[in-house]
Design a protein. Structure first.
Length: 61
């Protein structure tokens, strides 16, 4: 049994709060069935762009 608290994955990442807020907003809109809304589209595009920036395709060397 573990008794110590685990540290966040990226505690010094300045974008982590914004990223979390974007994902929570996207999830909330999806839960409410508002996937056709302009906000859902805008947030989804921002999340996608950030994912590409972080994990984008790498070229073979």
């Amino acid at each position: 049994m573990r008794t110590t608290a685990e540290a966040p994955m990226h505690p010094s990442d300045p974008h982590s709060d914004t990223d979390r807020a974007l994902l929570e907003g996207l999830l909330q809109l999806a839960v409410e069935g508002q996937t056709e809304d302009q906000d859902f589209q805008r947030i989804g595009e921002e999340v996608f762009a950030r994912l590409l920036d972080t994990y984008g395709q790498q070229t073979a060397v």
